[in-house]
Design a binder for this molecule. Structure first.
Ligand code: ADP
Ligand code: MG
Length: 391
């Protein structure tokens, strides 16, 4: 069913292969907090090493503003990868230019090099042809294995395929086959759960998901934006004002199929030790902020999830990184795990939360893509996939 060429359709032996991976992993200080996405890239990396390719890996990490940011270096990720592979991994402190060219040139066959964060250059998000050309100049073949970034037409995910033969890696193939299967014929009731912090990025998918799903359960920062759109004061809560118009419109068209939290946990500061309390959803007092959904909401969502046959979840219900505000996310995770539904959880932080809850084995499919799986579900063609060579 997968119509694109993969690494098994081309000769990789003694080739320099640039692999776009999704190493956009949650960090805690300079340690990798959850390595699901790194492990997910191992089948492709190992295949290339076994076939004596020189493996050059590139990825973005977080949201640097088109310039270097010491907090968002991929160096700790390269170190973590070296531990997983039990082999040395070289690192280049830039992804293009002389530093990258020299490192790629010195790399032997059967060896691995990680390039620095592609988003340290504005050309990445701008899909600058010159940046794409420079990246391409490092290799003979391009492999797209960053499913989590395939919905973005960036220099390293899309532009580069104008300059090199481009094929898919194993992770890409696996994700697309699984998601494609579920999406083409979802068992009903089909429930989507949406939360997290990247509200303006994800709020648009709700419109299309409404056509496919029976209910959409909202939590996390996404909920705050809806509350504000309803006219509630939300105190110091995370809100993306540019998404308010969309939120208002969605509230109108969705009616009761869009479910919002009925209670929330509010806190005085963004801190695990902050003073906190549960309130029924009403105006948030000034000086307070919403950091989690409340127990009544978890119970209400649990009811809906109990009868579901298909569940798709992206975005934590609260700031689960603080144990005090993790109950909403873990409670919903429990409900998803308990349900008989085929369940897909996607997104870097969502997957980290599921792993922390210890319930990962009771989820049908842990997807490395959050936004990407949502856009696939909407029926959109992902640019990072479209750019690959057909079989
Ligand atoms: P994913 O990585 O799964 O796609 P996002 O990156 O969109 O998800 O969002 C994850 C982040 O959202 C987490 O770091 C979490 O702390 C944050 N978050 C969830 N709820 C809130 C909230 N109420 N206020 C602020 N941040 C929140
Ligand atoms: Mg995230």
């Amino acid at each position: 069913m997968f119509s694109k060429k993969t690494i098994t359709d081309v000769d990789v032996n003694k080739k320099r292969v640039l692999v776009r991976v999704d190493f956009n992993v949650p960090l805690k200080g300079d340690e990798v907090a959850d390595d699901t996405r790194i492990r997910a890239a191992l089948p492709t990396i190992n295949y290339l090493l076994e076939h004596d390719a020189a493996v050059i890996l590139c990825s973005h990490l977080g949201r640097p503003k088109g310039k270097p940011d010491v907090e968002l270096t991929l160096r700790p990720v390269a170190e973590h990868l070296a531990e997983l592979l039990d082999e040395p991994v070289a690192f280049a402190s830039d992804c293009i230019g002389p530093v990258a060219e020299e490192a790629a040139h010195e790399l032997g066959f059967g060896e691995v090099l990680v390039l620095e964060n592609t988003r340290f250059h504005p050309g990445e998000k701008g899909n600058d042809p010159e940046m794409a050309r420079q990246l391409a100049s490092l290799a003979d073949l391009y492999v797209m294995d960053a499913f989590g970034s395939a919905h973005r037409a960036h220099a390293s995910t899309e532009g580069i395929s104008n300059y090199l033969p481009a094929v898919a890696g194993f992770l890409m193939e696996k994700e697309i086959q699984y998601l494609g299967q579920v999406i083409s014929d979802p068992q009903k009731p089909f429930i989507a759960i949406l939360g997290g912090a990247k509200v303006s990025d994800k709020i648009g998918v709700i419109r299309n998901l409404l056509a496919k799903t029976d209910f959409i359960l909202i939590g996390g920062g996404m909920a705050n934006t809806f509350f504000k759109a309803q006219g509630y004061p939300v105190g110091d809560s995370l809100v993306e004002d540019e998404a308010l118009d969309t939120a208002r419109e969605l509230l109108q068209v969705a009616g009761s199929r869009l479910r919002l939290p009925v209670d929330v946990v509010i806190a005085k500061r963004f801190d695990n030790d902050a003073e906190s309390k549960v309130i029924a959803m009403a105006p948030v007092p000034e000086g307070w902020r919403i950091l989690d959904i409340g127990p009544e909401t978890v119970a209400a969502y649990d009811k809906v999830l109990h009868d579901a046959r298909t569940i798709v979840w992206n975005g934590p219900m609260g700031v689960f990184e603080f144990p005090k505000f993790a109950m909403g996310t873990f409670g919903v995770a429990e409900a998803v795990a308990e349900s008989e539904a085929a369940s897909i959880v996607g997104g870097g932080d969502s997957v980290a939360a599921i792993n922390q809850s210890g319930l990962q084995d009771r989820i049908t499919h842990i997807s490395t893509g959050g936004g990407a799986s949502l856009e696939m579900m909407e029926g959109k063609v992902l640019p990072g996939i479209a750019a690959l060579e057909d079989k």
